[in-house]
Design a protein around this ligand. Sequence first.
Ligand SMILES: [Zn+2]
Length: 197
Amino acid sequence: MRFDAVPRPDAVGARPRDARGYPVPAITPWVGEEPRFALTDHGRSAECARERLCSVCGTLMPRGPVWRVVGATEAGAVGAALAAGLPYRNMAPTSEGPGHRACMLYAAMVCPYLARPNARRGVGAEHPDELTSHVVRGTARGALGAVVGFAEYEFAVTANRTLFRFLDVLEFLPYDTSDTLLAELRAELARGGQERR
Ligand SMILES: [Zn+2]
């Protein structure tokens, strides 16, 4: 699916665009007119964490669950924990911040690296369409990813990074291709998406 054919949450539609029309996530740094999708802006990331702003659209996340997109390894760990009836927690903190359910469903669909099984994160122009590279930075992409809802997040702002930990899995939406997320995204937007949760 082309990125501009994927239904967009309103707050994502209001984001600044790059030259190709891709919405630029809230935590992406800019150098002049150029967004640097592969990087996370420390100040923006810390502000999102402190003020409970979505890392994709930059607007408030209501109290309650938050979502993120995880890669194959973590999706496997979450799935295994749920199957065993055990709590899951990412014990190694991540610099990937949380977002609205609609925003993370959208991000999982629009980023080609997230959306294609076995796609791997490239450098430079090889995979230029990485709206959500912050979500997957440093993660090898396997045959499966997942959009995961958590009860809450914790964070710590260090000198040069903001680190997150996510608590209590509430929702687990594994996918093999992002098209399987389209129905969820449409339903979420029809329910009011980011406004409601
Ligand atoms: Zn959002």
